[in-house]
Design a protein around this ligand. Structure first.
Ligand SMILES: [Zn+2]
Length: 264
């Protein structure tokens, strides 16, 4: 599913790319805007969507720059209709670093909201309908950043809140076990969220939670494979060494799967 992407530009060496389906979403928003308000509606809807995803990119850069500060390598940030994903070549297993790096994403959203707060008049905010002025775009972005920051802090692995939960658990538990507990808690919450979203008829959010459920499971399986490979490698080194030489280098691990963020 990560094929069909278009590279845009690089930011501090990180490739920014958009999934082809993102263009369909942009076309859909432009079409809806046109239906509402003609050419002006088409432009305002497109501008709002692009600015919203610019906030998603800034959220991902919050994670990425903090990760780079700790020596991690980030291959690219991919934008998809359901949100953004930062793809790490390597990632820390130190709980403190993971907590700081994970908090940096939502922190960016709250900083953006704090910047918009004094300059955007929310008096006549109407959550329905397409934005039709620069003020309404500002209102939308202010609310979107607060929602994005809060939503990502839900403890549903592999969302930011779930990663923080895993990092806290990993202080006391082995990494794989901590991941398993965080994933299981996330799965229960995701199922409850899916049921609730279906009940109220919010099918888009139900789809996002379904995707999160699948992504959490996939990441747990990947870490399980990494741990097995590590154990196998250490066992092999013990057999080869048959002496005081200890295994000091870890095997090459698979790249970490992306972190998922809130979509529109
Ligand atoms: Zn995040």
């Amino acid at each position: 599913m990560f094929g069909w992407s278009i590279n845009l530009f690089r930011i501090r060496g990180i490739q920014l790319a958009v999934h082809a389906s993102f263009l369909l979403l942009l076309a859909w928003y432009a079409y809806n805007g046109f239906q509402d308000n003609g050419i002006a509606g088409m432009i305002w809807n497109s501008v709002t969507l692009v600015l919203f995803f610019a906030c998603v990119v800034l959220h991902e850069l919050g994670h990425s720059f903090t990760g780079m500060h700790y020596g991690m390598k980030i291959r690219r940030i991919l934008l998809m209709p359901i949100g953004g994903a930062a793809q790490f070549d390597s990632i820390t297993r130190q709980p403190k670093q993971e907590i700081v790096m994970t908090l940096a994403g939502p922190a960016v959203n709250f900083v953006l909201a704090a910047i918009l707060w004094p300059i955007v008049d929310m008096t006549h905010w109407s959550p329905d309908g397409s934005p039709a002025s620069i003020l309404e775009v500002g209102q939308y972005l202010l609310v979107a950043n607060i929602v994005m920051g809060c939503f990502n802090l839900l403890p549903v692995f592999p969302m930011d809140g779930g990663r923080i939960l895993r990092a806290i658990l990993a202080i006391k538990l082995p990494y794989l076990r901590a991941t398993q507990v965080a994933v299981n808690i996330g799965k229960v919450l995701a199922v409850l969220a899916i049921a609730y979203c279906l009940y109220i008829g919010n099918y888009l959010t139900a789809t996002v939670f379904t995707f999160i459920f699948i992504a959490g499971n996939a990441e747990y399986r990947m870490i399980q494979r990494q741990e097995l490979a590590q154990a196998h490698w250490e066992e092999m080194m013990r057999h080869l060494a048959r002496g005081p030489v200890a295994a000091t280098e870890p095997p090459l691990l698979e790249p970490k799967p992306p972190q998922w963020e809130l979509g529109p």
